[in-house]
Design a protein around this ligand. Structure first.
Ligand code: NAI
Length: 343
């Protein structure tokens, strides 16, 4: 095991500091060798450094190429751009990886084990939008341009295919809308089919599905899917859909993987309604930490963490309010650390 792995830690806003503290304590109990460099961003960045993404924070991630971050709020006034979008662009975080796995049995959908791989930098989210004025209506026409490139599609699809091989997945489904957006999502589909044929045939099964049919199939029979790979907008929607299948955003981690860094986070936001009350569910960020351990080639530690989370939830029945329980963030974390120590 490496002696120490430098990593940037961003507590973030709202419940961020609470769930980050809990996650750092759990990682310490596991003996994870992260050497944290704590930096600010979001509202916290504006308050303490006058910038939602201060240069010191960017420099830290440039150095460590690895970060665990709490949710960030974008200040509404002042013309600030989202720190999350800036991080994505700055570090070319082209792949967003969102696994969704059932942790509490007996829910509406049992035994879910899916991964959504979303392209994070291109498509309809590039922000090329404008209005055209007609007569006295300045917003008479709204226009948006989407851009998908062969190179951007290929690098994301390659990431998804490699992930499927490395994690022993049986099937990858390319989700598209090439029947209508023939160029914009057709290029993604075409690139995926070509890449599979050239390099991955026989290593897993490949399937393709149109986004609207995919949404219906995910609700009727999610078990038919394994890995879903898709463009930015569709991926954004589908990853929340699959989070809903396993109990909501409090249970869903996300990884943003790029050419220059990897940033791990919970999928949910800063939950201002419960911030500072000790009620937050820290599991999503802890599962993000498990992904970070895997990224750092520490899969056994990641497996220990996941097992301990499942035992704390299902054997100790320690559950926060969003899961119908009464356990506080601190009590859950203590129970989890005990499970790690006993395990
Ligand atoms: P949110 O995810 O913060 O909250 C939605 C609902 O889920 C709230 O009722 C909240 O209490 C609950 N919730 C969320 N996480 C929870 C947890 N771990 N435990 C228990 N309950 C939890 O979404 P919202 O309210 O739309 O966004 C709040 C702020 O967060 C906004 O400023 C938004 O821009 C930011 N945000 C940041 C993200 C990031 O940094 N990755 C992602 C999403 C939102």
């Amino acid at each position: 095991m490496p002696q120490s792995i430098p990593a940037t830690l961003i507590p973030g806003d709202g419940i961020g500091p609470e769930i980050v503290d809990a996650t750092v304590a759990v990682l310490a109990a596991l003996g994870a060798p992260f050497q944290w460099d704590t930096q600010v961003a979001g509202l916290d960045g504006v308050k303490t450094a006058g910038d939602p993404l201060p240069p010191k924070t960017i420099d830290s991630i440039k150095r460590t190429r690895l970060a665990l971050k709490g949710p960030l709020e974008t200040p509404s006034g002042g013309g600030y751009r989202s720190s999350n979008v800036r991080l994505r662009e700055q570090f070319k975080l082209y792949a967003n990886l969102r696994p969704a796995r059932t942790l509490i049995p007996g829910g509406r959908f049992d035994n879910i084990d899916l991964v959504v791989v979303r392209e994070n930098l291109e498509g309809l989210y590039i922000g090329h939008e404008h209005y055209i004025q007609i007569d006295d209506d300045p917003h008479a026409v709204a226009m948006a341009t989407g851009i998908n490139t062969r190179q951007g599609s290929r690098r994301l699809l390659e990431f998804a295919f490699e992930h499927a091989v490395a994690t022993g997945r049986k099937k990858v489904t390319i989700v598209h809308k090439a029947n209508i957006m023939k160029a914009l999502t057709g290029i993604f589909l075409e690139t995926g089919l070509e890449l599979y044929e050239r390099k991955y045939q026989g290593r897993f099964a490949l399937d393709t599905v149109i986004i609207d049919a995919c949404a219906m199939k995910l609700v009727l029979d999610p078990w038919q899917f394994d890995v879903l790979v898709t463009t930015n907008l569709f991926g954004d929607i589908l990853s929340d859909l699959v989070a809903g299948l396993v109990g909501g955003l409090g249970m869903t981690p996300g990884a943003n993987i790029g050419a220059d860094a990897a940033i791990f986070e919970a999928v949910h936001g800063s939950a201002p309604d419960i911030a500072g009350k000790g009620l937050a569910n820290p599991i999503a960020l802890m599962l993000a930490a498990a992904m970070m351990l895997e990224h750092c080639h520490l899969p056994h530690m990641a497996a220990r963490l996941r097992t301990a989370i499942e035992q704390t939830l299902n054997v100790d029945k320690a559950r926060t309010g969003d899961l119908g329980g009464h356990t506080s963030t601190a009590e859950f974390t203590r129970a989890l650390i005990k499970r790690i120590a006993d395990g």
